[in-house]
Design a protein around this ligand. Sequence first.
Ligand code: ZN
Ligand code: ZN
Length: 347
Amino acid sequence: MSKALRLSEKWFRRGLWLVAFVFAGFLIGLGGTIVGDLPKVEAPLALDDFLDPAAVGPLRAQAQSARQAEDEARTALEQARLQLTKARSETQAERETFNNWLAARSATQRAEHDPEVIARTQRLDALKAGEQRARQAVQAQEQALLDARQSASQARAQLSKLEDAGYQRMAAEQRRVELRVFLYRLALTLPLLAVAGWLFAKKRQSTWWPFVWGFIYFALFAFFVELVPYLPSYGGYVRYVVGIIVTALVGRYAIVALNRYLERQRQAESLPDQQRRQELGYDVALARLAKGVCPGCERPVDLKNEAIDFCPHCGIGLFDRCGACSTRKSAFARFCHACGTQARPAG
Ligand SMILES: [Zn+2]
Ligand SMILES: [Zn+2]
């Protein structure tokens, strides 16, 4: 992937980068389809799988029947209360008429009224007895309601104790499932990443570089999108540790590459002028000159100043004179721009 200056070559390279991205896109799509079509390895977890049905079943039935009994007792209680109110008002009415009648009778003092006194008293007693029965019925329903309520809350308390234990077991199983899913994904993506690393190290500048880079992007996508979100967290420890390791590896690679570049540059700058000129690619040299830096050492040089023929930093010749017409010309040009004579071959 050297710097290209020819117009068509530039556009070819852009097109090839496009090929690399499209290739990566199709690989990602294919990978996603394959993963989607794999049989689902893990069934979703349900709480009931972690409860003992022999213990939970009767409790649930008890809670259910207690709730039902509670409803029934509540309805019956309403009815009984209504009956009590009715009986009470009947007694009240009877007592009032009886008292009025007694007052009238004591005024007249008629002896033939005595049997009626007894009959009325008996009727009042009967009504009072009825009221008492209605009150007992109300109390019985209140008792039934209380019993049902207590039974329901007892069943619920036991049930929630069992369910808490079940939730804990389910959470533990959930963590194991997460780890398993992560390991499946690791088994799929790690070989891809290894191949991508090898391709990056050995093949990134080969003739087939668009496919190499397409595959590298695909592997990076698989690693950071398909794998990293499934990393078990363990309270963040794993993610931070993996982040530290990955950053350390990338940083180490960058530092080593920088030192290698500086070492190569130092060695190149110590070589004789002609040899350095030969080792520099023509297009690389022109690209660097266009950016206003010395092609040999990449440091800034004032190329417009006609007094400067050599790089003040590394000493490489930047301008020389044509062998035929003595015009001052770029030392990296292959032909004299004034007379077209071929520049002196290096050496
Ligand atoms: Zn220089
Ligand atoms: Zn010339």
